[in-house]
Design a protein around this ligand. Sequence first.
Ligand SMILES: NC(=O)c1ccc[n+]([C@@H]2O[C@H](COP(=O)([O-])OP(=O)(O)OC[C@H]3O[C@@H](n4cnc5c(N)ncnc54)[C@H](O)[C@@H]3O)[C@@H](O)[C@H]2O)c1
Length: 495
Amino acid sequence: MTQKTAAIIGGGVIGGGWAARFLLNGWDVRVFDPDPEAERKLSEVLENARLALPGLGRVALPPEGRLTWHATIPEAVDGAEWIQESVPERLALKRKVYQAVQAHCDAGAVIGSSTSGFRPSQLQGCATRPEQIVVTHPFNPVYLLPLVELVASPQNPADMVARAAETLRGLGMHPLQPRDEIDAHIADRLLEAVWREALWLVRDGVATTEEIDDAIRLGFGLRWAQMGLFETYRIAGGEAGMKHFIAQFGPALKWPWTRLMDVPEMTEELAEMIAAQSDAQSGHMCLRALEQQRDVNLSGMIRMLADQGWGAGAVQNAHDAARAADAGLARRLEDVADLSRPILTVNRAVPPDWLDFNGHMTEARYLEAFGHATDRMMELIGCDRGYVAAGHSFFTAESHLCHVSEARLGTPIRVTSRVLMAGPRKMHLWHEMKSDERLLATGEHMLIHVALDTRQACEMPPAMQGALSRIAAAQADLPAPGRGGRAVGHAPQPG
Ligand SMILES: NC(=O)c1ccc[n+]([C@@H]2O[C@H](COP(=O)([O-])OP(=O)(O)OC[C@H]3O[C@@H](n4cnc5c(N)ncnc54)[C@H](O)[C@@H]3O)[C@@H](O)[C@H]2O)c1
């Protein structure tokens, strides 16, 4: 495969993101930007991209391409088969850049513009070869978000646009092609509407910036993220159907529910067109199946956000924390009712996105649930977030899982935990996962106390050792776990 080369003209927020996407997908990248700070800024964007993009997929990316900086446009575009213009949003400047680019670039190269608002025919206005320029409007961060609006004018030959789309797909992007060129394309039209309303709400003192962000990220933003607008409303229409739902908007469109009062007449034809397009989009799924898919998506997204303590996930975490005591989950050793019994460390139900194609809880989620049980044991002996932030934690050295019985969607699961061995540096845990009295799985884990600066084992502080030993001593008379007893954290015996 021949090495591909992209030229990035303008290496700011967006140009930097493009550079990262091309480079991490194996392209050589040549950058021109007159700003003396551009190299530093772009290298910082690239560092972030290197942390986020390579792990996004399940398949490794190709080896990273070579990044070079160039003092002039002619040098930068030399040998490039893709030229991405991301200079400030000023038409005269962009046109000037195309003239310099086209004087030196390959006539077969694609010149993509990141413009948020200009139409391709505006950009092509003074160009030597207008057919070479298309809009390729990405979204920040360009290296992570797949959407790119590929907008062509009648001047662009169909095969060139198809080739551009193919290249963008090769970068892991989804080229969305508006059926007509209009100012601000598709996505920024929608964003502008929300943005303009938001500015009014702030200006009129109805909501603060944070309250407006909450209105988006705790509710419809999550729905939009996974189904967009029309598929979401299809569900909202319930059994009455899309046409009926859309037709209901007819009168509301005349009410002052928005500052944007230039609205289309909700005619029978428009309602029918939307209903037909919605059928083509989602009609292959019945309403309940669509709802279930939505719930799987939302459940996974909200819990991922909970891991980050962010947005809707932070709301869920607060709810969980408030529920914990009633659900029998202690956060302090003093709150454990009977230390001589296995301690309840997880009490929850199997969520929709924990299932696999067999319709039962997938194996990795057992480890996740046991991981949560381990977290709670750590918290009980004083290894909480504050302790970890201060520089010490536990690393798991070895885990043994036994899958005993199936857990299906919604199955209530409870994990109880025991300390099998407590050492100054070691914690040997035994977890049992049950649904009512049915044993689902066991987990046996050896954890080592470590200093996070050296990443080496070290002794726990006396208070932590004391707490761990208290549990181990209280549980010492419990019978040895039936399925346990296999060596964990010890080298196999010779012979
Ligand atoms: N910021 C966004 O969220 C976003 C999203 C999508 C598209 N866009 C579009 O991307 C383009 C760039 O926006 P940005 O946010 O990256 O701006 P930016 O200000 O961060 O970057 C622009 C860069 O262009 C450089 N530049 C100025 N004149 C130049 C020239 N003659 N030749 C080469 N480089 C030059 C500047 O030094 C700067 O580094 C705009 O058209 C904008 O509409 C922006």
